[in-house]
Structures are given as C-alpha cells and as structure tokens.
Design a protein around this ligand. Structure first.
Ligand code: 5GP
Ligand code: MG
Ligand code: MG
Length: 180
C-alpha cells in the first residue's frame, strides 16, 4: 500500500501499520483470550481515551460471556514522592474475585500500567492481566509481564487508531509514526 502522510500540529507523520494488519493482530488476540478465559467470565477494563478503537475491534471478536467497563487515569502530583501517581476514575465494578483484563493502547515505560496494576491488585481480583495494542519493549522500565500484545514496535512516537498527538490523530484508521 502507498504510504500516506498527515500533519498534526507541528509534526509530520507517515503510515506505519495499516488497518488490515492491526485488525488481523487484534483478531488473533481475541482468539487467544476466548480460549484462555472461556469459563472465567472476564471483566475487561478499557483505559480511555487511547484504547477506544482497539477495545471496539477486540470486543467484536470476543465470543465468551464477559463484561466491559471503561476507566480513566487521572495524574496527580503525590506530595510524598516526586513521581506522578495515577488515580483510577470511573471504576464502579467490584473487581474482588473477578478475572480482570486491562485494555491499553500502548505500553512505553510501563509506568502507567505498573501503577494501575498495583492499585487493582489491592482490590483482590482473582487475576489481572494486560492486553495492549502496542508495546515498546526497548522502553520498559518495570519488570512487567504484559500477557497480550498485538504488536511490538521500536521507540518511535506513533498516532492513530485511538492514539493522539496533543489531542489530534485518534480518528485515523491506520497507525502513523513521526517523521519530522
Ligand atoms: P508509559 O506510562 O508506559 O510510559 O506510557 C503510557 C502512555 O504514554 C500511553 O498510554 C500513551 O498515552 C503515552 N504514549 C507512550 N508512547 C506513545 C506513543 O508512541 N504515541 C502516543 N500517542 N502516546 C504514547
Ligand atoms: Mg494508555
Ligand atoms: Mg496521549
């Protein structure tokens, strides 16, 4: 397929992973999850905003009984530490003894998912795993076990298919990477 470029704010991006490949990989993840959670009635927790397109396409292929809910992570400055701590917003389900699958757009340093998993585990789920559309393995700073990864990518900044650059690009059907 011919490459396409798009300008978002001050940056230029070029097509990188086409919709066809994304959908094929997302469908493979769904098949794996269907098998591994067949009798577990999982609760999917999609982290907004970035995971909305991944979540929609994945869930269309999940054929086992399950629940789906949406959360947001609010950053706030912890007075006790220098790092940013993320607070979970919108989690109304009781996840105690549930099999939870977190749906993320991208794992970069792993800081976000690490913090989220710590907070979810305090609520004593039966299990908690992460399914991410994209993983940047070279950037990981935590010993994270991300069980379901649709696609690993090098350390490039990407947009599209839910991911944004300062608010723009989420609607793009392909994934683009920054070129300048
Ligand atoms: P982490 O905490 O793993 O370093 O970063 C996770 C968050 O950083 C993602 O949820 C996403 O919002 C943002 N992020 C990291 N890499 C990229 C990227 O290549 N493109 C976009 N659009 N966001 C990214
Ligand atoms: Mg995210
Ligand atoms: Mg963003």
């Amino acid at each position: 397929m011919d490459p396409r470029t798009v300008k978002l704010h001050d940056c230029e991006f070029s097509t990188y992973i086409f919709e066809e490949e994304i959908i094929a990989r997302v469908n493979m993840l769904a098949e794996q999850i269907n098998k591994e959670y067949e009798h577990k009635q999982p609760l999917f927790l999609a982290v907004l905003n970035g995971s909305f397109m991944f979540t929609a396409d994945l869930m269309k292929r999940i054929s086992i009984p399950c629940e789906i809910s949406f959360i947001r992570l609010a950053s706030y400055q912890d007075m006790q530490s220098t790092g940013k701590v993320k607070e979970i917003l919108g989690l109304s389900e009781d996840i105690h003894s549930r099999h939870v699958v977190v749906l993320e757009d991208i794992v970069d340093t792993g800081h976000t998912v690490h913090g989220l998993l710590q907070q979810l585990k305090e609520r004593k789920p039966a299990s908690v795993e992460v399914a991410t559309l994209l993983l940047k393995p070279d950037c990981l700073q935590h010993p994270l076990d991300v069980k379901y990864v649709a696609r690993s990518i090098p350390n490039d900044f990407v947009v599209g298919y839910g991911l944004d650059y300062n608010g723009l690009g989420r609607n793009l059907r392909d994934i683009y990477k920054i070129i300048s």
